[in-house]
Ligand binder design. Structure first.
Ligand SMILES: Cc1cc2nc3c(=O)[nH]c(=O)nc-3n(C[C@H](O)[C@H](O)[C@H](O)COP(=O)(O)OP(=O)(O)OC[C@H]3O[C@@H](n4cnc5c(N)ncnc54)[C@H](O)[C@@H]3O)c2cc1C
Length: 436
């Protein structure tokens, strides 16, 4: 039997951060991870797939986020600014965009007057019904689905208000990719005696006050006096024997019920590398009249609607993005078909023949996060019930079971690496307090 002070399930940002805090205080920690690699939804694809490291999962630091930036600094990892022009293809025209949401000032004014939360769709139906607001409604739907990966029929208006009021224009990318931060945490933990078990999927947890026995798909058993669970929200929303879901004995019925009240959306991320920056070519300029050499973002209504470059860095990589209910609708589509769909979408946006793009393509990969059994989605979003449900999910059980992960972070950065790191740190502090 493998014994430890603490077992952590999941070697993503939350689990690694918690393990780091715990082993710094002298705890013997074992981390059980279903994948063969650390990082979870942080997954930097290294060369030779592409000529530079490219992000299949998390990519941006969305603002001056304290924990992420201090960790990057501690690890000696620099960051690069991520900015540039925003463009939108509407009909046959590509034009520069100023904001993401139309009539944003009016929208925020009405949102501030709101006394009781409701789904954003109901809010729009109530306050912006008229045809004069049609463009605004469409831009909000696009943003909520595309950025928050959320369903407008469930997404909380209060949470979106908080997000839009606090929007930070500064964005960064960790130099060398987010994996550098994950490797730093992994090494720091390993050097302090933490043991990692990869390709070990936890299937069952048998617990009583002061003791948790954890069973994996390999037939291994691990025992500790405290257990931290950091699996993604969507794995709480499915039931064993679904891969990745965990059977608790005795059951945690209140947590399973609470998880269903929260929201998690899907994302399909498309990574393309071309021989040249084809979107800046003379052919594209002539066909669209647009000079995309400063473009960071290109939005459209194509099946794969959103694309971005590595601006301001020069790179021949282009990233495609499909999120929310539209990504969910394509969850079972084979990667070959998704690749074809992506090429066609991009060809339409750039007014280029698909074959031309295909000839220029030197590398491609598709990441369908909702189809990934150990994620079953990309990140959580706030529903009207999330705040209450999250309190139930976070609450430790008998000083023995503890819970973390990006969806279990109580702050404005939900769904981010910052949220995951913060939740891991918070859980580690609870565990240390409860052992005193
Ligand atoms: C496509 C995409 C783009 C994103 N973009 C950004 C971005 O730009 N900026 C940003 O800040 N955030 C972004 N995010 C969100 C960010 O990646 C996540 O919020 C964060 O990485 C989640 O960390 P976590 O530790 O909570 O969960 P995870 O990283 O999912 O870690 C949980 C771990 O548990 C493991 N696991 C699951 N089930 C079991 C089991 N039964 N037994 C053992 N192990 C198990 C999983 O394999 C996983 O490694 C993005 C996410 C995606 C998918």
């Amino acid at each position: 039997m493998n014994q430890a002070d603490v077992i952590v399930i999941g070697a993503g940002a939350a689990g690694l951060m918690a393990a780091y805090e715990l082993c710094k205080q002298g705890k013997q920690v074992r981390v059980l991870e279903a994948r063969e690699r650390p990082g979870g939804r942080i997954h930097t694809v290294q060369p030779p797939h592409f000529t530079t490291p490219v992000e299949a999962g998390a990519e941006f630091v969305h603002g001056d986020l304290p924990l992420t930036l201090s960790l990057l600094q501690e690890a000696g990892i620099s960051r690069k600014g991520a900015w540039g022009e925003r463009w939108r293809r509407e009909g046959k025209k590509l034009s520069k965009l100023e904001g993401f949401i139309e009539q944003e000032d009016l929208l925020l004014k009405r949102m501030k007057e709101l006394k009781e939360d409701l789904p954003i769709k109901d809010f729009l139906d109530r306050h912006f019904q008229g045809s004069e607001y049609e463009h605004m409604r469409r831009s909000i739907k696009r943003f909520v689905e595309g950025y928050d990966a959320a369903d407008i029929e469930r997404a909380s208006t209060f949470a979106l208000r908080q997000e839009w009021e606090g929007e930070d224009e500064h964005q960064y990318r960790p130099a060398g990719g987010y994996a550098a931060m994950i490797n730093y945490l992994l090494n720091a933990c390993t050097n302090r005696g933490t043991v990692f078990h990869f390709s070990s999927t936890v299937e069952r947890v048998q617990w009583e006050k002061g003791k948790a026995a954890v069973f994996t798909d390999k037939g291994e058993q691990f025992v500790a006096s405290q257990l931290l669970v950091t699996i993604p929200l969507a794995l709480w929303q499915v039931e064993p024997p679904a891969k990745g879901a965990i059977y608790f004995e005795p059951q945690l019925a209140d947590k399973l019920d609470a998880a269903k009240l929260m929201g998690m959306g899907g994302v399909i991320k498309v990574l393309f590398e071309f021989k040249t920056t084809i979107w800046t070519s003379k052919q594209v300029k002539e066909a669209t009249g647009a000079d995309l050499s400063g473009a960071a973002w290109i939005f459209s209504d194509e099946p794969v609607p959103t694309w971005w470059t590595q601006q301001p860095a020069q790179s021949t990589v282009l990233t495609g993005w499909l999120a929310g209910p539209k990504a969910t609708a394509m969850v079972s589509m084979a990667n070959e078909a998704l690749l074809e769909q992506s090429l066609q979408s991009l060809a339409t946006i750039l007014s280029l023949p698909t074959e031309e793009l295909r000839r220029e393509l030197t590398g491609s990969q598709i990441f369908n996060w909702q189809a990934d059994p150990f994620a079953r989605g990309a990140y959580a979003y706030n529903t009207v019930q999330t705040e209450q449900a999250r309190k139930t999910m976070i609450h430790p059980v008998e000083n023995t079971l503890f819970f973390a992960g990006e969806s279990l972070y109580e702050g404005p950065e939900m769904g981010t690496v910052e949220g995951a790191l913060s939740s891991g740190k918070r859980a580690a502090e609870e565990m240390l307090r409860n052992q005193e």
